[in-house]
Ligand binder design. Structure first.
Ligand code: 2NL
Length: 371
């Protein structure tokens, strides 16, 4: 039994007991178990011993080491607990402080209005049809009774691609969503009751026209659909959309190549403080008519080109600008702001992702004001 080593261990344990911080504890540990610590040095001497001696000394020295390192661990636990107690005693945590805001996106008014329209028309038995934005000449024009030299093609200010379709005609960005309905008629046949919402493109740009805008078209084909169904559908749709019974329609004869007869639909408004408020007859004093959508009975030639027999099937169609509907309902006056992607505009006019339009819960915000 080496009394010098026993004394060193006692000394170390004594100093550990007196160490009153984690730093002081670390200093004691380094002196004993650090690279140059006395105990580490002692361990090294084992390597130089002959096997007999090592057999006797090994367990003894290992025992010293275990006593010291166990004592270090025990003291460390005590000091750490004391440090935590001290921190808890002085530190305060204000649970009433609001958490920092996390940035949140919003639903674009156009998306919100599209969802509202889908909800309203779903209730009337319409399903939503979609199709590609890059179309061929036949589906965008010819099938809609606008043959190659038809002057109405020029009215559409079309964006063309250099690429050509199977008939040698250039592909184009669809100028309306009508080609979606042509596809639907050819694929699913009649009867049919669909709306086709989506992006459309015309080479046009000013305060009220952007080269890309949103349109929704509706199509109903059955055996005895007539103008009365068209009028009722549009009236029901507009009353649900603007959330008021006070919507007066005026149907005016017009011309579209794809409908015959064609009907333009105006709604009455009142001028209130320079703003147009929908409601009332446009013929009343201080009132006026605002053109809102185009419609008509689908031209028999269109029915035929879509592969249906016009002697059996007939129906109505309509088209309306979604951006314009959004502006009217939510009181925005510059169409270009819709597509600027300005985060401030979006946080002002955008909708919460939780504000899902439903017929029972309301399809949108308060009664519409127009520009
Ligand atoms: C407007 C006018 C309209 C249609 C779109 C249509 C579609 C097929 C057949 C016949 Cl497949 N018609 N769509 C009909 C009349 C008017 O839109 O001013 N839109 C903004």
């Amino acid at each position: 039994m080496d009394t010098t080593h026993e004394t060193k261990v006692s000394e170390t344990l004594e100093r550990l007991h007196r160490a009153d911080s984690l730093d002081a504890l670390e200093a004691v540990r380094v002196e004993a178990l650090g690279k140059k610590g006395w105990l580490s040095q002692l361990m090294k001497t084992l390597g130089a011993m002959d096997p007999e001696q090592r057999k006797a000394e090994g367990p003894r020295i290992q025992g010293l080491r275990t006593r010291v390192s166990d004592a270090i661990e025990a003291r460390k636990a005590v000091l750490e607990a004391a440090a935590l107690e001290a921190q808890l005693a002085t530190e305060t945590l204000d649970l009433t402080l609001p958490a920092p805001r996390t940035p949140q996106g919003s639903v674009h008014p156009v998306s919100q209005v599209m969802d509202e329209l889908a909800e309203i028309f779903a209730d009337l038995g319409f399903s939503v049809a979609t199709g590609p934005e890059i179309e061929d000449d036949w589906r965008n024009f010819t099938a809609l009774n606008m043959p190659e030299s038809h002057p109405a093609r020029a009215m559409h200010d079309t964006f063309y691609f250099p690429d050509r379709d199977g008939s040698g005609n250039r592909m184009l960005l669809r100028t309306h969503t009508s080609p979606v309905q042509i596809r639907a008629m050819k694929q699913q046949g009649a009867p049919i009751r669909i709306i086709a919402p989506g992006r459309v493109y015309r080479s046009d740009s000013d305060a009220t026209h952007t080269p890309m805008f949103h349109q929704i078209e509706g199509l109903v084909i059955d055996r005895s659909i007539h103008l009365g169904h068209l009028k009722w559908t549009l009236e029901t749709f507009l009353k649900a959309f603007f959330e008021t019974e006070d919507i007066v329609l005026r149907l005016r004869p017009s011309y579209f190549p794809f409908t015959e007869p064609s009907v333009e639909v105006d709604v009455g408004f009142a001028l209130e403080g320079g703003r147009r408020m929908l409601g009332g007859s446009g013929d009343a004093p201080g009132h006026g008519w605002m053109e809102l959508l185009g419609s008509g009975m689908v031209n028999a030639r269109v029915i035929e080109m879509a592969g249906l027999d016009p002697a059996e099937w007939q129906g109505f169609a309509f088209g309306v600008g979604v951006d314009r509907l959004a502006m009217l309902k939510y009181g925005m006056d510059d169409l270009r702001a819709f597509f600027d992607g300005d985060a401030r505009w979006l946080s002002h006019y955008g909708y919460s992702a939780f504000d899902v339009p439903t017929l029972s819960g309301g399809v949108g915000a308060p009664r519409g004001v127009g520009a």
